[in-house]
Design a protein around this ligand. Sequence first.
Ligand SMILES: *Cc1c(COP(=O)(O)O)cnc(C)c1O
Length: 359
Amino acid sequence: MTAAILLNPGPVTLSERVRQALLRPDMCHREADFAALTHSLKTRLCATYPAAEHEAILLTGSGTAAVEAMLATLAPVDTETLVVANGVYGERMAAMLAAQRKPHRLLRAEWTDGVDLAAVEAALADPRVTHVAAVHHETTTGRLNDADALAALCARHDRRFLLDAVSSFGGESIPVSSCEAVAATANKCLHGSPGVAFVMATRAALERDDDWAPSLYLDLRRYHREQQSGFSPFTMAVHACFALDAALDELVEHGGWPARRARYTLLSAEVRAALGGCGLEPLVAPDHRASMLTAWPLPPHLAYADLHAALRGAGFVIYAGQGALAGRIFRIATMGAINDDDLARLVAALRACCTGGAA
Ligand SMILES: *Cc1c(COP(=O)(O)O)cnc(C)c1O
């Protein structure tokens, strides 16, 4: 098995330090040492985006578990949630609410378009809509939706805002203090291993006695009650917690999310210059691009499978388009432990694959 640098949007290539953390001595999730680790992770996740009213709830699962737990616990049963979607992950939130049999309406835009803020505001004229759910970085296309503008609309109309920040947490500015809750994961911009996800929610939301969760495992209030003492209701992914701990050390040492965002921006600029030199143009306009991922139309002479295979041969894993964009685009994410040498090799490999048909 050849090691490859992962350019898919999670799981990411681990640094050696994070990988070694997975080998820490085994620990029981019901012992005091694990409770101390839980407390520390909760505190440090909240310190990533200071928000005094929020509490981080740790879950064992992928990012989807965090989003589904956020909606299960905090989307109402007697009023409606407006889901703002322009990609796979926004539409998935509507599918979750449908599965939970919760009242919702979907404000869907084309995947290649931005969020229509005027349409969101118009929908908020209806008093039955009390909550808004949206995706920050829509990983489908690499578009960074305007979470600040959505949060401001929610504040102005006194609505609660639930944000999927799974692929931006740790790598972009996030208006956490204006959100009732933000769902995220350890193994995208935070550079931890798969297995731990979390929701940052206001203490007020976690302590309200609404009984809305149609799920036992995904009920954040149950976790909140127990995690205040450092313990969790169910077995945690202990080793993935060790890895997240090491990954947060690295994030802090490197200067937090602003420094990470700057690094992603630099890496993405190199990738964009290389592919731009081959005549390719990103799917999303410059002002709306996320720092760490770019979606590209496939060059006319190349099928995705061939491009993927050529880059895999050069030591890199790229990512396909989803849904209607499958077979039409490819995506390159620059999250994870990618050093300057990796970047130079990547740029050379992209040039070789995308210039005039020569793979
Ligand atoms: C990756 C992703 C998810 C789902 O995360 P998994 O870890 O694959 O379950 C949800 N939302 C967004 C925006 C994502 O990028």
